[in-house]
Design a protein around this ligand. Structure first.
Ligand code: WTA
Length: 634
């Protein structure tokens, strides 16, 4: 799909006067200029909207770039800002979230109650020997306890590593091993499309492969029979009922630069890459971006429909909305279960005012036609959002017309796990063009660089770079500073620019259009996967000698994966083997990583130095010209 993005259009959507007048930031240009004028003063002012145990000595320390430090010398804890402080104001009794299970279960939680649950679980973790700095892995579905567990970890200064509940045992085992977590928090299962996802089975196998885990805490969600290992596995509800789970818990006072979490994401090698974020800068940046881009007000009902297991959930389900004291909607299951109007029913029932989701979900719901949405009163909505991949103008227009009554601005947010928060996105007062993430957020400078290392002309495609540090930038790759340098900072080392890994273009109005990834990352339905992860899963099968995978544009999912496999001597390709290999990848990585097509080939196009030329495979798969093949081996 990405290759089809229409060039910049002149189709403008301007916000109504009402939106501009009531926006938290009515004048983007003025605020952008203010930040450019004095970046440190700008971020200091934003940081001052939060509470700190000790103020910073210096806003930004760039003496060891790109290992930047923010709010140096400050003491804080993000949970103090997300929960503790609210319990002393009227927000004590405000709803932090309204949760709906796929099976119709409901839980609502006030700030006071969430604070108590977080405290209780923090005490449980402490009693299990978890100390400041220890990593805790969390693997479960979209249930209230995942949020409680994340906050409890942060409260006691134990970095959490949340692994998305759709990942396989091997992927989970790799992430446990890399983070060296002793404690794992999980659930018996999760509901998805009316079926139980057997999470605990996956955990048992992952822990067998990564025996560093000695304690597993299990939330009872689905209630089916599971294996509970004596001395290792404990029920969450049993622990929370013990006297040790007191409802008061001292919040650990952290350095602004102390680790808050590790979140694994896909990169160029098969080894998982733990992106590290910290307490201080992250809280400032995520709360500012949510407050300004989505214009959060006290009476809003914010629904970020992502999963807490991804960065979107970390930043915009858990931390930023709580810091702002917002009320969130959280829904456990599939958008089309039991019927394609499940989401629209939720919007109507809870009076959702802002909905933030991914293009793949929009395209999926669009396919069912307008009638499902039209039978619900969606008039509570005032803003819509998009994230994860480029939104094609057709889906944009449908979202705007059918869901947004042609009134709701669409906030298309470009960002990454590494950036922590939105980097390119409109504020509600900014004019929109369908398919463009518009302009950089205040405090952010971006450019597009061509092969000659020069800034691109309007309409010219190039490498998207971020020029200069921002508070929620990743601090490093967990345990691998060199990888951090190589991956993000080596290409434009002299200039000190951050390489995003995306191709983009800018139009004559200065609007940015993201084309897609230009490295070994593939976005399938907005999920981020590495070609190396899928390829190593394929070659781990006894029949596969060598494999290459590529992204091929797809109407619904943005991209799908096509694989090319060379089989070992004596094995022939067949339909059965194709199916087996697809399932094998599903087992090794997760269902989202399954290739949609597997081609059995004799040879793969390689450079003389042995690098697979995926560009050639891609061109072939799409019937496009193959281009320059001068470096091809033969
Ligand atoms: C892509 C998700 C176009 C992009 C928050 C980026 C987007 C990668 C957009 C990061 C968008 C994300 N328009 N492309 N609005 N948002 N992307 O780490 O390729 O899962 O580099 O973070 O998603 O994916 P990640």
């Amino acid at each position: 799909m990405t290759e089809d993005y229409s060039p910049p259009t002149s189709e403008w959507y301007h916000p109504t006067e009402d939106i501009v007048e009531h926006a938290n930031v009515p004048d983007y240009e003025a605020v952008y200029a203010e930040a450019q004028d004095d970046l440190e003063a700008f971020w200091a002012k934003r940081a001052n909207t939060l509470e700190w145990h000790k103020m910073w000595d210096k806003v930004l320390d760039d003496s060891n770039a790109p290992f930047y430090k923010w709010f140096v010398g400050a003491k804080t804890n993000i949970v103090h800002n997300a929960l503790d402080r609210h319990t002393k104001t009227w927000r004590r009794n405000k709803l932090a979230f309204i949760w709906e299970g796929e099976n119709g279960d409901k839980v609502t939680m006030s700030y006071w109650r969430l604070w108590q649950e977080g405290n209780k679980f923090a005490n449980v973790l402490r009693s299990m020997g978890v100390k400041k700095g220890d990593r805790v892995t969390i693997y479960m579905g979209r249930v209230p306890e995942i949020i409680i567990a994340m906050l409890a970890c942060a409260k006691i200064g134990a970095p959490h590593s949340v692994v998305y509940g759709g990942f396989s045992d091997q992927a989970l085992a790799d992430r446990i091993a890399d983070a060296q977590s002793r404690v794992l928090v999980t659930a018996d299962g999760a509901w998805l499309r009316g079926k139980i996802v057997r999470l605990k089975d996956v955990v048992d196998e992952a822990v067998r492969r990564s025996p560093v885990v000695d304690t597993v805490i299990v939330v009872k969600r689905t209630g089916h029979d599971i294996n509970m290992e004596q001395g290792r596995d404990y029920w969450y509800h049993d622990l929370m009922a013990l006297p040790i789970a007191s409802r008061y818990c001292e919040t650990e006072v952290m350095d602004a630069e102390d680790p808050l979490f590790i979140l694994y994401t896909s990169g160029t090698t098969g080894k998982p890459k733990g992106v590290l974020h910290t307490h201080g800068g992250y809280q400032v940046y995520t709360s500012t971006t949510l407050e300004w881009a989505f214009d959060i007000k006290d009476d809003d009902r914010w629904w970020c429909a992502a999963d807490p297991g991804w960065i979107t959930g970390h930043s915009y389900i858990v931390y930023a909305p709580l810091i702002l004291g917002a009320t969130s909607i959280i829904y456990e299951g599939a958008p089309n279960f039991p019927y394609p109007d499940r989401w629209w029913r939720i919007v109507e029932e809870y009076g959702v005012t802002i909905l933030y989701t991914a293009p793949t979900a929009i395209r999926g719901l669009m396919r069912f036609g307008d009638a499902w949405a039209n039978r619900h009163d969606l008039s509570s909505l005032r803003l819509l959002g998009s994230v994860g991949e480029p939104i094609n103008p057709e889906a944009w227009r449908w979202y705007h017309r059918v869901i947004g009554r042609e009134e709701c601005p669409i906030i298309d947010t470009w960002w990454q796990t590494e950036t922590g928060g939105f980097m390119i996105c409109p504020l509600p007062s900014v004019g929109l063009k369908p398919g463009s993430a518009t302009r950089p957020f205040p405090g952010i400078s971006v450019d597009i660089i061509n092969d000659e290392g020069k800034s691109c002309e309007p309409g010219e495609d190039g490498n998207l770079v971020i020029q200069g540090p921002w508070p929620s930038m990743l601090r490093t790759v967990w345990g691998d500073d060199q990888r951090f340098l190589d991956q993000y900072w080596s290409k434009y080392k002299e200039q000190g620019w951050y390489l995003a890994g995306d191709t983009a273009r800018r139009d004559a109005d200065g609007y940015y259009w993201i084309i897609g990834r230009n490295d070994d990352v593939i976005k399938v339905s907005g999920y981020r996967l590495g070609t190396a992860e899928v390829e190593s899963a394929l070659v781990s099968h006894e029949t596969v000698a060598e494999a290459a995978v590529i992204a091929v544009p797809d109407e619904l999912r943005g991209n799908v994966i096509h694989a090319y496999c060379i089989l070992v001597n004596g094995v022939d390709g067949s339909k059965e083997l194709e199916a087996e290999l697809k399932n094998h990848v599903g087992d090794e990585v997760g269902p989202i990583a399954k290739p949609s097509v597997i081609n059995f080939v004799e040879k793969l196009p390689k450079t003389r130095s042995g690098k697979i030329m995926r560009r050639i495979l891609k061109a072939e798969a799409q019937g496009l010209p193959v281009g320059d093949t001068s470096t091809l081996e033969e």
